[in-house]
Write a protein that binds this ligand. Structure first.
Ligand code: BG6
Length: 470
């Protein structure tokens, strides 16, 4: 339920993430009428700016975003305040005073106590100090707190961070972002599965031979080389986004799709059924040729810019069905696709089909659902061809998609954590990922920029093939 009034406190408000994603998404939520009438934004960052200087930056960021400024921009500008300085357990940057002033205004306007939503768009090293600061300065009680990714970089660092955060916040107050869960195409999995007999009856090992979750990117890493040298593709994308999407595909039907607790429990159970990766058998790492020549990369760097993994989900529904996960930088294309590769039917043609049927969900942009099916080739002969039937989610009548960040901010406002990651879910993800962070981590194999990654990755998809690519 939407509160009567809300103050969004954005930490890292002058940073890159805030400018590119969070500030435009806040305006999108406002433009779509999803904010309570009484809302305010308080930007917090180290830069010493006055309100107007921050509002100018806010305006520039939103003007440069996809939808640009909203019609009532001046009003949004007036809702905004700024608080500059260091914030942590020992420094309050003047935030408690400013926040109380803003809350009092809203209280006077609405008669209600406003919800405070802290949004931590800051580097992970700042998560602990800021959370402790919220506790020390009395700003945590009753608040919700959104944490950006990555929330931990290993099982141990996740546990340590979560223990620090839990000294101040209860799990129910914590909203850990994985923006892939906010994508329209990923959210549509629920309805596709649970509202269509056609899909719900086939969504299991009896019909599905393989699940592929494929996120090739043509992006370079030159402008984020410092981050990349410290992170790599597997940590940046696999244990986070791809595992969470795999959890969405693999989960059992929740008892009640509108009850967040029931959805969370279903996804956690799926993640807990992920078998820890076997690096020797089931993982191929790659590094694009030329990576080590990038200024800032170690000349002998063994960082991965590509990962393909075969994940096993040990539930009755999925046992024996490989989940093939793949992503990398400087690959041949940028796509984001889930493909369920179906087993052939048992009828008279089943034995001779070369192309499997597929159920495909594209979750880039607005999203698309497609079916790969076999039909008779029109004409006199009984021959057949494969084709694709597509539904653009953007064309679904009555709808207008939300960007992932706007969708997740809306959920935080109404207190729905079902598309956020949880303590149990992340613990399970890092546990399944841990073998890739140990001594058995394979050496990345070289691949040509603009290719589909190392040849070796094809082995994982046998007897089928990666449905995207050559
Ligand atoms: C980020 C990763 O979380 O997600 C990037 O750090 C990646 O490496 C990006 O490119 C992909 O996000 P999107 O919004 O393009 O799907």
């Amino acid at each position: 339920q939407l509160p009567d009034a809300v103050v969004i406190v954005l930490f890292g408000a002058t940073g890159d993430l805030a400018g590119r994603m969070v500030l435009p998404a806040l305006v999108e939520v406002h433009r779509r009428g999803l904010m309570p009438d009484a809302w305010r934004l308080v930007g917090v960052a180290a830069d010493e700016l006055d309100d107007d200087a921050f509002r100018d930056r806010f305006q520039a960021a939103v003007a440069a975003s996809e939808h640009g400024l909203c019609d009532d921009w001046d009003e949004v500008r007036d809702r905004t305040r700024y608080c500059g300085g260091r914030f942590g357990p020992d420094d309050d940057a003047g935030l408690p005073t400013l926040l109380e002033e803003v809350r009092a205004e809203l209280r006077a306007d609405t008669g209600a106590e406003p919800l405070v939503l802290h949004f931590l768009a800051v580097p992970p090293a700042a998560f602990g100090p800021i959370t402790r600061g919220l506790g020390a300065h009395g700003l945590a009680e009753g608040a919700r707190v959104v944490f950006e990714k990555p929330y931990g970089t290993s099982l141990a660092s996740f546990e340590e961070l979560d223990a620090t955060v839990k000294e101040v916040l209860a799990e129910e107050q914590i909203f850990r972002i994985d923006h892939f869960l906010g994508k329209e195409g990923v959210q549509t999995i629920y309805v596709l599965r649970f509202a269509n007999q056609l899909f719900s009856s086939e969504w299991n090992r009896a019909s599905v031979a393989q699940v592929q979750i494929d996120v090739p990117e043509d992006l370079d890493v030159t402008n984020r080389i410092g981050f990349y040298e410290a992170t790599g593709a597997a940590l940046d994308m696999l244990v986070t986004h791809l595992f969470q999407v795999a959890g969405q595909v693999a989960m059992e039907p929740p008892a009640d799709l509108r009850d967040p607790a029931s959805v969370i429990a279903a996804r956690e159970a799926a993640l807990r059924a992920f078998r820890p990766l076997d690096p020797a058998e089931d993982v191929v790492l790659g590094q694009f040729e030329g990576y080590r020549d990038i200024e800032g990369a170690a000349p002998d760097s063994t960082q991965d810019t590509f990962v393909a993994a075969r994940l096993w989900v040990d539930t009755e529904r999925w046992r024996g069905v490989p989940f093939l996960l793949r992503t990398g930088k400087r690959m041949a294309a940028k796509e984001q696709r889930i493909t369920l590769v179906l087993s052939p039917p048992f009828g008279p043609l089943g034995g001779e089909l070369e192309e499997p049927n597929t159920i495909e969900i594209d979750f880039a942009g607005e999203g698309e659902v497609a079916l790969g099916i076999t039909v008779k080739t029109p004409g006199p002969e009984l021959t057949y061809s494969s084709g694709r039937a597509r539904l653009d989610l953007d064309d679904v009548p009555g709808g207008e998609g939300l960007s992932p960040y706007a969708s997740l901010i809306n959920d935080a406002l109404i207190g729905d954590r079902s598309l956020y990651t949880t303590e149990n879910g992340l613990r399970a993800a890092f546990t399944a990922f841990a073998p890739l962070q140990g001594p058995d981590r394979p050496t990345p194999l070289p691949y040509a920029p603009g290719s589909w990654g190392p040849e070796e990755a094809h082995r994982l998809a046998a007897p089928h093939r990666w449905m995207l690519g050559e």
